[in-house]
Ligand binder design. Structure first.
Ligand SMILES: [Zn+2]
Length: 223
């Protein structure tokens, strides 16, 4: 037992392959602590709440080489770990559509691909996700009671930058409020925009699974 548990110094960085193997081992032989620790390790990289998204740290628990997200999606599908899929899908946002369709060439020469059904789910979901972001999180760019012309100019400037087709937020699409978005806005506009953004961010996070045809968070977390 001592030997088995030595796999799980939580701070150690593991490969996804190792974590997956340990998860499957724990599941197959009913060794709950192995399965649970592997799930915790996955959860450290694949948040299932907005709080864990906000506190996500790079370089912890599991290595994230090229193709990591696709490997995680395939793992989640194979093992029924649906709760990890919403974040995986929005994490794909950092890659071009052609990369996702053509697959990821790994250093060992292997081509890693997303299943055709998940490619379809991703493209549909991404459209819904971006539309919800514009509607719920960035409404403050277009709606304001402040008539001040410098605030209107600033909003227009931010809108041009933020509402590009890629929303200019590839790496962290659900990012916390950024101070740079306050440039040129009056105090009142800043306060209103921040509240509106945070409320919208919570709404979008709650809706995230639905964009990708998944059950609600609470149902997936009970699985
Ligand atoms: Zn203003």
């Amino acid at each position: 037992m001592q030997h088995t548990q030595s796999y799980f110094h939580e701070k150690d960085v593991q490969t996804l392959e190792a974590t997956s193997a340990i998860f499957r081992l724990g599941k197959k032989y009913g060794i709950d602590h192995l399965r649970d620790e592997a799930q915790r390790r996955l959860a450290a990289k694949l948040p299932t709440s907005l709080h864990s998204y906000d506190t996500l740290r790079h370089g912890e628990r599991i290595n994230t080489p090229r193709g990591f997200t696709v490997e995680c999606i395939n793992l989640a599908r194979n093992e029924g770990l649906l709760r990890f899929l919403p974040y995986c899908f929005i994490r794909l946002n950092r890659y071009s559509i052609s990369t996702i369709f053509n697959g990821f060439r790994l250093s060992n020469g292997k081509l890693l691909t997303l299943s055709l059904s998940d490619q379809h789910i991703y493209v549909v979901g991404l459209t819904l996700f971006r539309a919800a972001m514009v509607e719920e999180m960035f409404g403050w760019l277009v709606n304001s009671s402040c008539q001040c012309s410098s605030c209107s100019d600033a909003r227009l400037k931010h809108a041009i930058m933020l509402l590009k087709p890629d929303l200019n937020l590839n790496q962290h699409p659900m990012t916390k409020w950024k101070e740079s978005w306050e440039d040129g806005l009056c105090k009142s506009c800043i306060a209103t925009a921040k509240v509106s953004y945070e409320v919208g961010r919570k709404i979008v996070w709650e809706k995230l699974p639905s964009f990708f045809g998944l059950p609600q968070w609470k149902d997936m977390l009970e699985l």
